[in-house]
Design a protein around this ligand. Structure first.
Ligand code: ADP
Length: 433
């Protein structure tokens, strides 16, 4: 500005000299012409500036002379700094967005009117949102479950909301709205299906255990009262005492099986170095089965000379449960075949009976705790409903899986294949069958 005034002053001197030497009119005219020329030049620069402001870019900042040059240079610097700042913000924004995508939980940000501003992929999947088409839409128009709409509207976000998945696939979501930055809101969506399932299993389990123990306890206390209050003959009294012993034995079996299950669940995996002589083990279990059968069944054993690494007590529990089930669910006169056979580099345990068999609809649920296909027979024969749950656990700890083939009236075959990694080198390399 000062430079511009100084320049005007510089041009005033020749005008003044011309005014004295020629005439004041000539001096004034010269000064006016110079001013007009300078004005024209300024207009040109101004028009350049105006054009540039329509689409400003650091490369095309207009050039000028004098004071204009200084202005344009400053503009150029400012524009460059701004571009750099914007680029830095872009990178930071991209990093924040990438961090948001990396979060396992679903995240949706909403504006003050509950319109979607941004969401990560997890939230997109959980709530069925697509950011490209749903940005700016009110979330209540897209997540329409009444419970969610009410949660959003009521505005008490002190606790998260439990919601069945919008996709109807059994998923359970925990949705928590967290207000931030004034009126904006962050919706946090967490998949709690697994913990919900575990909670349900725990509730069912406690209910089942209570139910299973309550029945013999009620019977037992009833008998106790009878024995205490009624004058019974000795034989009668013995009969009651025997029934009481049976009920307490049943409770003991349930508690024992529960303890076995809990040990299997909490103890470290079975050792890969302890050798179990399976044919010997099965020989002992066959004798136990004969004692249980009391001669009512024909029980055979065919065992290859194959030993495996594992925990003998767990294998005894798994094989013993399967064999005793075969005895208990096979009517007198039936046949039970226990087999331990090499299968390629693996080995298979199986027990086959020609007993009552199992309807196909029960088979997938047999290893659930307290699940019984035939409740009457299970109770009658002292079953706890926990045997196959124990079997499944013990086998899976040895990398073996229980297979069941059964048909009502024709009998059942329960088997488990042990992988080569559990077999001794001699066992897995021995001649194939
Ligand atoms: P339980 O103590 O009742 O026998 P399990 O868990 O051992 O419990 O078995 C679950 C259910 O599977 C039994 O109640 C029975 O209905 C069925 N089951 C098991 N083994 C056999 C078998 N060999 N033949 C027929 N049904 C069987």
């Amino acid at each position: 500005m000062i430079q511009s005034l100084a320049l005007s002053f510089v041009f005033a001197i020749p005008s003044f000299v011309l005014g004295i030497l020629v005439s004041p009119a000539w001096g004034l005219a010269f000064f006016c012409v110079v001013l007009a020329l300078r004005q024209l030049k300024s207009l040109r620069y101004f028009s350049r500036l105006e054009n540039w402001t329509r689409d400003p870019s650091a490369q095309d900042v207009p050039e000028g002379a004098g004071a204009w040059d200084e202005v344009f240079a400053r503009l150029h610097r400012h524009e460059k700094e701004m571009r750099a700042a914007i680029a830095r913000r872009d990178v930071e924004l991209q990093q924040v967005a990438a961090a948001g995508q990396a979060i396992v939980d679903g995240i949706v940000t909403l504006d003050t009117d509950n319109r979607i501003v941004w969401c990560n992929i997890a939230a997109g999947n959980q709530l069925g949102l697509d950011l490209r088409s749903d940005r700016g839409q009110p979330i209540a128009n897209l997540v329409r479950q009444p419970a969610f709409v009410e949660y959003l509207a009521v505005g008490d976000y002190s606790r998260p909301l439990r919601l069945s998945s919008v996709r109807d696939d059994g998923q359970v979501l925990s949705i928590h709205i967290l207000p931030y930055a004034g009126g904006d809101r962050l919706v946090q969506v967490r998949d709690v299906t697994q913990s919900e399932r575990l909670d349900q299993m725990r509730r069912d389990f406690v209910a089942n255990v209570s139910h299973e123990l309550r029945t013999p306890l009620t019977v037992l206390s009833g008998f106790l009262e009878t024995v205490r209050e009624l004058p019974l003959a000795a034989a009668e009294r013995d009969r009651y005492l025997a029934m009481m012993a049976e009920q307490s034995g049943r409770m003991q079996s349930i508690v024992q099986d529960l303890l076995t299950l809990s040990t299997l669940e909490s103890s470290p995996p079975p050792p890969g170095t302890e050798l179990v002589h399976v044919p010997d083990l099965l020989g002992r279990l066959q004798r136990d089965a004969e004692a249980l059968s009391g001669g009512r069944h024909e029980i055979s054993l065919a065992a290859d000379a194959v030993d495996i690494f594992g925990a003998e007590s767990e294998l005894a529990s798994a094989f013993g449960n399967l064999i005793s089930n075969a005895v208990r669910y096979t009517p007198a006169g039936g046949k039970i075949d226990i087999a331990w056979q090499r299968r390629g580099s693996s080995a298979e345990f199986s027990v086959t009976d020609n007993g009552i068999g199992i309807d196909a609809r029960h088979i997938p649920r047999l290893t659930e705790r307290f699940y019984r296909a035939d409740l009457g027979r299970s109770r009658e024969t002292g079953g706890t409903g926990l045997g196959l749950a124990i079997v499944k656990h013990a086998l899976s700890r040895h990398q073996a899986k229980l297979d069941v083939f059964s048909a009502p009236g024709s009998g059942s075959r329960f088997s488990a294949l042990f992988p080569a990694t559990r077999l001794t080198a001699e066992s897995s390399c021995a001649k194939p069958m």
